[in-house]
Write a protein that binds this ligand. Structure first.
Ligand SMILES: [Zn+2]
Length: 68
């Protein structure tokens, strides 16, 4: 469930951006967009979403076990 392209193109050249997600040790999530054309990098702080992601994964895992 990864988004291939962000909502906005590169602010410098208008080229397509691709997204990478970095999790820091502090639990903050940074979405990093890199332009394929000029290499311009945009960092977006998503806040501490990692716990919620892990929680959702755990809930999904529980549900899958129940179904089996
Ligand atoms: Zn660019």
């Amino acid at each position: 469930m990864s988004k291939a392209t962000p909502d906005n193109p590169c602010s410098k050249c208008g080229g397509a951006l691709y997204q990478t997600v970095k999790n820091t040790f502090t639990g903050e999530v940074w979405r990093e967009f890199t332009c394929r054309s000029c290499g311009h990098i945009v960092d977006v702080n998503e806040g501490k979403a990692l716990c919620q992601i892990l929680h959702d994964d755990a809930e999904n895992a529980k549900r899958e076990k129940k179904d089996q």
